[in-house]
Design a protein around this ligand. Structure first.
Ligand code: ARG
Length: 579
């Protein structure tokens, strides 16, 4: 189905053309003054300058050429105000209701899109610093899938850097007799550590490497040997990666985040030499104090653009090397039309360098878009990055428990019929809704304050409010008898506003997709929930005596549930049956 804006734009563009003006003046948009009209076209004003005529006259010419299921009014100096006839609205709603995608259709060819998000480093437990990448990335991925693109989400694990060297070195200090450190070639299949031990070893070693240069150098040396293929280190690295993955998988699952690919930086190793060959053949590499660099500055740069470092002087691959090689592999395997990176905004320069290098060397064609979505920090109420009460970094699991406990009382309230497991399940879903909605409603580049009391409120612009509105609708439907699904004309201004909000859905999704902006979905879901709650207080649905009117209202609730559940799903939030 076309969006209503597109339908009207077609009609008005044709009108402009028929009246002798350029077709492109016929753009229609949602009215910025909903109190005056529903949609508007201001093309006559722009046309007036070109055709040297009064805008009002142009608008009159155009309006005399068109006809449709809407009323128009021309207001000075030449705006065309448009209000839809109920027949069009009701028709549109009934069509949306019969379509699993609620009538959304992509008006261009679907794209192949890779979303690179998550990006945790192995050997470290997931903590709040990983949240935004997961929450925003998951939503961007789901939006792309919903509109019909072919999408792959790749976690791009940090599994090849110094942190592995640190873990191995620390292990060597503690257990020098392990077979991995001798000339052995055969190693045990069991890891010499558990995930709990690993979670202790890394921070311990990391702290030590910052205090002790000798320790750091030893870890670096191990990293270089690992990258050269030292068999014992490779075997240990495999243990680290495998054990971490199991833990990460279960943690992301709790967050409702799922990746299609679990590739890591290490996965790109085989492509590194190919990438270097390409750069060499194009004469783009320069040796600089033993390192290999590529100049990526461009005329017109408004900020300094340092060269891209391809290889360090010791020959070790860097974060930039693996990112470039990963692009090569992705092009080779999937030929994406777009790669979207959802990463901390402090890495923007790094990605700008990587993208430029990839384009310059034609590792990615100019037709492949590479986009960076940088996010800000989740802060505590003190305005500093969110910490535990003791000042430490909060582990993801602890955060989830905190969220659950903070909403538990509200869930149990007056509900003796809920057992413990049900309460926990509901509380976790509500808690995560609070967190995710509180995050996604912000523009991703902004820092935001994690304010649990506000986020978890059942009233206001929050995830739980939307969940609660849906539960309320479902409970009405559950009490009603079966009915024909058919929506009819609105009987009140609130109901008409609901109709208008619903037909905006496709346009809203399209904009959220184009702008990569889940916050638009958050705002929309809030507005629709608000309208529903007003309607609920104004209308006695279940006691309505006219059966077909009652059915129409129930059908409307049904459509609202479909829409709000879709919105929540696109935000990675679960909908509930009861709360
Ligand atoms: N592991 C990285 C970090 O912790 C994030 C990875 C982002 N993705 C990428 N392709 N570089 O900072």
């Amino acid at each position: 189905m076309k969006t209503v804006v597109a339908l009207l734009t077609e009609v008005f563009s044709a009108g402009f053309k028929k009246a002798g003006y350029d077709y492109d003046y016929g753009k229609v948009s949602l009215s910025s003054r909903q109190d005056l009209c529903q949609y508007q076209c201001s093309g006559a004003l722009a046309a007036a300058r070109i055709y040297k005529k009064a805008p009002f006259e142009i608008a009159e010419n155009v309006v005399s050429m068109i006809e449709g299921e809407f009323n128009v009014e021309i207001v000075k100096p030449g705006f065309i105000n448009i209000n839809l006839k109920e027949s069009l609205i009701v028709d549109y709603l009934n069509q949306m209701m019969c379509d699993a995608r609620l009538g959304y259709t992509l008006d261009v060819k679907p794209k192949m899109v890779i979303v690179d998000y998550g990006g945790p480093n192995v050997a470290k437990p997931l903590h709040v610093g990983h949240l935004r990448a997961a929450i925003i990335g998951e939503s961007i991925k789901r939006i792309n899938k919903f509109v019909g693109n072919d999408v792959i989400g790749d976690i791009h694990l940090g599994d090849w850097g110094l942190q592995i060297g640190i873990v191995i070195h620390e292990l060597k200090c503690r257990q020098p007799d392990l077979p991995y450190f001798s000339q052995n070639e055969i190693f045990p299949s069991e890891a010499p550590f558990t995930i709990e031990e690993l979670s202790e070893i890394y921070p311990f070693g990391s702290k030590k490497s910052k205090e002790n240069e000798k320790y750091l150098n030893a870890a670096r040396e191990i990293t270089a040997k690992l990258q050269e293929g030292h068999p014992g280190y490779i075997a240990l690295w495999q243990h680290i990666a495998r054990i971490s993955k199991v833990d990460l998988e279960s943690n992301y699952k709790k967050l409702n985040v799922e990746f299609d690919l679990w590739n890591g930086e290490s996965h790109s190793m085989p492509a590194i030499s190919k990438v270097i060959d390409i750069l060499k053949s194009k004469d783009l590499i320069e040796a600089n104090q033993g390192a290999l660099i590529v100049h990526v500055e461009e005329t017109g740069d408004k900020r300094p653009m340092p060269p891209f470092i391809l290889l360090k002087s010791d020959g070790a691959a860097l974060y930039s090397t693996t990112d470039l090689a990963t692009i090569y592999q992705r092009m080779d395997e999937y030929g994406p039309d777009e790669i979207i990176y959802v990463v901390d905004k402090r890495q923007e320069l790094h990605f700008e360098q990587v993208f430029r290098c990839a384009k310059k060397a034609e590792i990615a064609p100019t037709t492949t878009e590479m986009n960076f979505i940088g996010f800000g920090t989740m802060n505590g109420k003190d305005g500093k990055p969110f910490k535990t009460r003791e000042g430490g970094i909060m582990k993801l699991e602890d955060l989830i428990h905190m969220l659950r406990d903070s909403v538990k009382d509200k869930v149990i309230h007056g509900r003796d019929d809920y057992d413990e497991t049900l309460v926990d399940d509901i509380a976790i879903k509500v808690g995560l809704a609070a967190l995710k909605y509180g995050d996604l409603i912000n523009h991703s580049t902004k820092n935001y304050v994690f304010d649990l009391d506000r986020f978890a409120n059942f009233e206001g612009k929050t995830g739980p409010y939307i969940q609660y509105s849906i539960v309320r609708m479902k409970s009405i439907l559950n009490k009603a008898n079966c009915y024909d699904k058919k929506i009819v004309e609105a009987k009140s201004p609130t109901e008409l506003n609901i109709h208008l909000k619903i037909i905006e859905f496709n346009q809203m999704i399209h904009l959220a997709y184009l702008d990569k902006s889940p916050s638009k979905i958050c705002e929309y879901a809030f507005e629709l929930s608000n309208l529903f709650n007003r309607f609920y207080h104004e209308t006695k649905i279940l006691t309505e005596e006219n059966e077909s009117q009652k059915n129409a209202w129930l059908s409307l609730l049904n459509l609202m549930i479909m829409i709000l559940e879709t919105c929540l799903d696109l935000l990675g939030i679960d909908s509930l049956e009861k709360m």
